[in-house]
Design a protein. Sequence first.
Length: 94
Amino acid sequence: MAIDLWIDVILCLSVLFVASSIFLVKNTFSAIVLFICLGLVVMFCWIRLNAIDVAIAEAAIGSGLTGAMLIAAWRKLAFNESGNQSDEQKEKSE
């Protein structure tokens, strides 16, 4: 088998493994990190298909921006669930 075929098989298996791991993990933060990793693996798939512009967009939007927004939302939810009041709740009580 050619090396190109092996690279394609490894990329396909990596996408399947990471995507299924997202649903199987119990921890929310781990799921977010796996989602970011999935975006990076898909970026390598786009590079392999010679779609560099799509790969750049996937890295910037799919992994970077969406990952940062998910982590920000996770931090806010984790802060609120720990028993502390959010800024909105503090303003309402005043």
